[in-house]
Design a protein around this ligand. Structure first.
Ligand SMILES: C[S@@+](CC[C@H](N)C(=O)[O-])C[C@H]1O[C@@H](n2cnc3c(N)ncnc32)[C@H](O)[C@@H]1O
Length: 196
């Protein structure tokens, strides 16, 4: 079948260095590898596709791994990030991804999510594309992230509901045009939603 693209208007996002003393787990950290460009050697970038990791030119440690099956010990990370990666992960796999991230975060650890609102798919389109201008402290990256549109509707409220179901506390959020940000925290007293 011929791919029919639906491209929204260009979105601009400004990214600042992530302040932490610990390691940062970057989910879907291939491609432009934005979090690795920001925080370099503190970043452990995981991605299911080796080619995407090979493409990412930054100082992160890159490992082929599936977000729905993280191989780290529980409570390994202070910070986890997903920079326009949840849009690539099947909606059916989002809940498991949240559970896995929760498990590998330390108590009080934070999960930062940047992503795009994807509306219901029109019958004649198969790929949803967001063109992005990413402003980093000392460079500007222009890119386009495109994903297969089947069963891929998503918005901020959808991820907040997943956060509640996985016992994250919602710490901060914003929406700007079509993109949004969500900051979650693993509660100090949290038990893993995987257990029991
Ligand atoms: C293109 S990147 C998104 C942008 C990227 N974070 C950056 O900084 O440029 C999204 C990545 O998620 C990866 N991905 C999709 N499903 C995944 C999964 N289940 N686990 C880990 N990575 C996954 C894709 O292979 C893709 O490389």
């Amino acid at each position: 079948m011929k791919e029919e693209y639906y491209t929204i208007e260009k979105q601009t996002i400004e990214m600042k260095l992530i302040e932490t003393n610990g390691f940062i787990l970057d989910i879907g950290g291939g491609g432009e590898g934005i979090i690795g460009r920001l925080n370099g050697r503190k970043v452990i970038a995981i991605d299911v596709r080796i080619e995407e990791l090979e493409e990412a030119k930054n100082d992160s440690l890159k490992i082929v791994m599936d977000a729905t099956d993280l191989k780290f010990l529980p409570s390994s990370f202070d910070v986890a990030t997903s920079f326009f990666s949840l849009m690539y992960i099947k909606n059916d796999h989002h809940l498991k991804t949240f559970k896995e991230v929760h498990e590998v975060l330390k108590n009080g650890g934070r999960f930062f999510i940047w992503d795009v609102r994807i509306p219901p798919k029109p019958a004649d389109k198969t790929i949803f594309v967001v063109p992005l201008e990413i402003l980093l402290p000392d460079e500007k990256v222009e890119t386009r992230y495109g994903t297969k549109w089947n069963h891929k509707e998503q918005h901020l409220e959808y991820f907040k509901e997943l956060a509640r179901r996985t016992d994250f506390e919602i710490v901060d959020e914003w929406k700007r045009d079509k993109i949004f940000y969500l900051e979650l925290m693993k509660r100090a007293s949290s038990t893993s939603p995987n257990s029991g």
